[in-house]
Design a protein around this ligand. Structure first.
Ligand code: HEC
Ligand code: HEC
Length: 396
């Protein structure tokens, strides 16, 4: 078992990010927040298992001086929400309207929040089909806001210079909760992208793929050809996260690691043809690190200290280091895939668990009672302690 130490840098994170973003202006006008050589060194330190294919891919192209992804043109930052009326327009044989695109800076939102909601992350063939199939939006879990905008779907100009539709962070990471209608950071558990892809395959005459069995709220974000869907996680308590992703493939060894991770995700999402401006990904990271569950926990009961706190550390938003994947009780597939298989699962933050399950990276526990059945670490807890702990979890 390995519980990593928490480097002190995390305590400095808000201050550091503030400092960086305060210095970050349009890259064409001023130098970048940090030299690309140091960014590369940060990524190298964060990818602590560099022999895995996913880290290898990033390290082959990221932060190199005069080659690789540094040379890519910037992703255009003029955007607009995709609206129900755009769908009708497309269905009537029209082309995608782009006359109302606006620079992301001028949407009237704090920059990080604007990026979270409106900056195009990736396009997909199933998405092009879905936006023209509004009869399936309810089943797939797409939501429209009062003004007819489809939440988490935008219009923009892609790397080929063509009008295109793309998804944003908000599609998967902003959902209805007991706190808000669109609660940024709350996983979109009703979103069924497995169904979206399955319907698209049917409509395109393709044979059924493994995503037919994902169910809502689960997605395979790797491209290693092995079916290992994971639950979309809540993004709460991340300012204390020691690792990112369920298998902990990325260590948050520096305050800029989340920004660099998002930067590489946008590059991969844009088929390695364009990269996001760095002041956008730094603002995004600052926003994501600040997201709150909106819940207020009561005093921590002794049973929690006794059975849970050594991993779910109350000082660090109830999160922790890495645990041998065999020792947790959940499915081990996502910890052993060729692409990101570290052999470990990270201890996730428990902030926001009262907003509801399914719990664990594989969604194998629907209720808190199930957590005590599945979770090896929770099986030996007696009835009284279990009751105290569940009451406490209901306040997190
Ligand atoms: C298509 C749905 C989808 C979209 C869009 C998406 N994510 Fe995620 N995100 C996921 C899934 C699924 C995981 C879990 C991956 C894993 O554990 O291996 C995840 C994991 C994460 C994590 C790691 C959380 C943790 O506790 O380790 C962060 C941070 C994150 N996403 C932020 C973002 C940001 C910022 C964006 C926009 C740039 C974004 N995501 C877009 C589905 C999505
Ligand atoms: C030895 C370390 C360890 C101990 C002790 C531990 N956990 Fe965990 N916990 C983990 C890991 C690792 C995961 C992630 C497993 C996965 O997703 O496959 C986890 C996940 C969870 C989750 C799911 C969170 C989510 O957002 O899906 C809950 C709930 C949870 N633990 C509750 C508890 C409770 C309650 C206790 C005490 C009775 C406890 N844990 C004790 C390591 C631990």
């Amino acid at each position: 078992m390995c519980i990593a130490q928490v480097p002190d840098v995390r305590r400095l994170l808000p201050a550091l990010l503030f400092f960086i973003s305060a210095c970050a202006v349009e890259p064409s006008v001023s130098p970048l927040p940090l030299h690309q050589e140091s960014r590369r060194a940060i990524l190298e330190a964060a990818l602590w298992m560099p022999e895995l294919p996913y880290p290898r891919k990033l390290l082959s192209a990221y932060g190199l001086e005069s080659q690789g992804w540094e040379l890519l043109p910037l992703i255009r930052d003029d955007v607009a929400a995709f609206r129900r009326s755009d769908s009708e327009h497309l269905l009537a044989g029209g082309s995608l309207p782009i006359d109302d695109l606006q620079p992301i800076q001028s949407l009237g939102l704090p920059l990080g929040q604007a990026v979270f909601h409106y900056f195009p992350m990736r396009a997909d063939r199933w998405l092009d089909w879905l936006v023209q199939s509004p009869e399936h939006w309810d089943a797939v879990g797409l939501r429209t806001t009062a003004d007819g905008s489809v939440h988490g779907v935008v219009r923009h100009i892609d790397a080929y210079g063509k009008p295109a539709v793309a998804i944003t962070c908000a599609l998967c990471h902003s959902a209805e909760s007991k706190v808000a209608d669109f609660h940024d950071g709350r996983a979109t558990r009703a979103l069924d992208l497995g169904l979206a892809r399955t319907l698209w395959r049917q409509a395109s005459g393709l044979s059924q793929g493994p995503e037919a069995n994902w169910g809502p709220g689960r997605i395979d974000v790797t491209d290693d050809g092995i079916d290992s869907p994971t639950v979309i996680p809540d993004l709460f308590g991340l300012k204390h996260a020691q690792y990112l992703n369920c298998s902990g493939v990325i260590e948050v060894s520096h305050a800029l690691v989340p920004a660099i991770r998002f930067e590489t995700q946008y590059i991969l999402g844009h088929e390695l043809l364009a990269r996001p401006s760095r002041h956008l990904t730094v603002a995004l990271a600052e926003y994501v690190m600040s997201l709150e569950s909106g819940t207020h926990h009561v005093e921590i009961p002794s049973a929690f200290w006794q059975h849970c706190a050594q991993c779910h550390d109350p000082e660090y938003s109830f999160s922790g280091g890495l645990i041998d994947a065999q020792a947790v009780g959940t499915d081990t597939a996502a910890a052993t895939t060729p692409n990101r298989g570290t052999g470990y699962y990270k201890v996730p933050s428990l902030l926001g668990v009262s907003l509801g399950g399914p719990f664990f990276h594989d969604g194998s526990a629907l209720t808190f009672d199930d957590v005590f059945v599945v979770h090896t670490q929770a099986q030996d807890v007696n009835r009284t302690a279990k009751r105290q702990i569940i009451e406490f979890l209901l306040t997190l």
